[in-house]
Design a protein around this ligand. Structure first.
Ligand SMILES: Cc1cc2nc3c(=O)[nH]c(=O)nc-3n(C[C@H](O)[C@H](O)[C@H](O)COP(=O)(O)OP(=O)(O)OC[C@H]3O[C@@H](n4cnc5c(N)ncnc54)[C@H](O)[C@@H]3O)c2cc1C
Length: 396
């Protein structure tokens, strides 16, 4: 085992995938996570993993955990049919029977990614700042809210859209409000609730466009095998959250369409009622779907995006995921891009751990990442402008 030591801030999908990859390459890594446990924050939506994300997970995870990921995933048909608010089909946007999209429950995937890392994740460690050596060529020290510190050769910011590291390191890299708000809900699927959804909504995703810049999105998550059963069969030591089968739904509109400036001040039942009130003129079946949202699982989302910045000089601080390339969820590409960056950074750090010069390896990682990740940010903003009426990114 080499002495080279990597510190990762944030145990989200990107940070955990990086840690898995580094462990597979024998690189010493510690992930510092502000929450006290993995499931402290419930984030109740499913994610769409693209073929590249799938390939990266296969490379990063030990074989039995990759199998567990595939067993707990859902495989809805890749057909996207746009509807209006009276449930009329208005356009087929995508239809490819040869491609199999992968839907995952976010919490289940995060648990799988954290498996085997218990000695490499420090919970309850909220980073407040970091410090570099005077010449920038020595170790980096991380300072945490509890007064403790940790030191390593590299500090990786994987601390999400409000990244403390980014704010200190690249203060000019800004996040902007895209002018759109969404209210998320989910409907657990059982015999009774299944009947609420027209067949078309069991495709990978169904966008629905109403008048006055209102819209809805619906996507199923039906795991191939229940998470607990798959864990018992494939990795008996692994304890998995079992979200069951559900439909993930959101209602959204431009900010000025909502009667409240800040949806975060509302309780879940208030948000639920708001979604019902704002869709009162929609097809009764859509209304019934919203009525069946699990009341405690309703949460608000302010759509935000990073604003791409030019490449910066490479140092022992680097970034991945939403910390540097947060994007509109319109394209379903944020996590997939974070996984891609995690795989590339694994390679760079594994080279450095075996004696290759660190800064050139990180420079190559950052030069590539800035290109593909900001391309994804711009495409997501374009999708968000078309689908959600979100504000455009400032021109470069
Ligand atoms: C509603 C919605 C739907 C989405 N759907 C998709 C999809 O279908 N497909 C897709 O590819 N992407 C999707 N995305 C985007 C995706 O969720 C993100 O891009 C992805 O989670 C980013 O991962 P990350 O590891 O960079 O950050 P995060 O997952 O945000 O993780 C950051 C971690 O850092 C921790 N942290 C934060 N600050 C500190 C600190 N100071 N100290 C220590 N720890 C800290 C946090 O607690 C968290 O655990 C969606 C996003 C949203 C909001």
């Amino acid at each position: 085992m080499s002495e080279f030591r990597v510190m990762v801030i944030g145990a989200g999908l990107g940070g955990l995938c990086l840690a898995q990859g580094l462990r597979r390459n024998g690189v010493e890594v510690t992930v510092f996570e502000r929450d006290d446990a993995l499931l402290t924050r419930s984030q109740g939506y499913r994610l769409y993993i693209d073929p590249n994300g799938d390939r990266i997970l296969r490379g990063a995870l030990p074989p039995e955990l990759y199998e567990l990921f595939r067993a707990t995933a859902g495989y809805p048909p890749l057909r996207i049919v746009k509807l209006d608010d009276q449930l009329n089909e208005t356009r087929v946007l995508e239809d490819d029977p040869d491609e199999t999209p992968i839907s995952v429950d976010r919490l289940t995937l995060r648990q799988i990614l954290a498996e085997g890392l218990s000695e490499h994740i420090a919970f309850g460690k909220k980073l407040v700042r970091y410090e570099t050596s005077e010449d920038g060529d020595g170790p980096v020290t991380a300072h945490f809210a509890d007064g403790t510190t940790a030191t390593g050769d590299v500090l990786v910011a994987a601390d999400g859209i409000n990244s403390v590291v980014r704010q200190q390191y690249l203060p000019h890299a800004q996040i902007m409000d895209s002018g759109v708000r969404q209210v998320y809900g989910k409907v657990p699927l059982n015999e009774q609730t299944r009947a609420l959804f027209p067949e078309v909504m069991f495709n990978v995703f169904t966008p629905l466009v109403g008048s006055r810049e209102r819209y809805m999105g619906i996507g199923p998550h039906q795991p191939h095998e229940p998470a607990t059963q798959a864990a018992a069969r494939l990795a008996p030591d692994v304890e998995l959250h079992d979200g069951g089968d559900y439909m993930a739904c959101y209602f959204g509109a431009r900010t000025e369409r909502f009667p409240h400036d800040d949806l975060r001040t509302l309780t879940s039942p208030e948000l639920h009622q708001l979604a019902l009130d704002m869709t009162a003129d929609w097809h009764p079946r859509l209304h019934a779907i919203i009525e069946h949202w699990l009341p405690e699982a309703v949460f608000p989302l302010t759509l935000r995006t990073s604003i791409p910045v030019p490449a910066w000089p490479t140092t022992r601080i680097t970034l991945l995921g939403d910390a540097i390339h947060a994007m509109s969820p319109a394209g379903g590409a944020g996590a997939n891009t974070a996984l891609r960056a995690a795989a590339a950074l694994t390679e760079a750090l594994a080279q450095a751990a075996t004696g290759a010069p660190l800064i050139p390896a990180l420079r190559t990682y950052e030069a590539d990442m800035v290109e593909y990740a900001y391309k994804a940010v711009r495409e997501a903003a374009q999708d968000g402008a078309e689908r959600y009426h979100q504000n455009p990114l400032p021109s470069a």
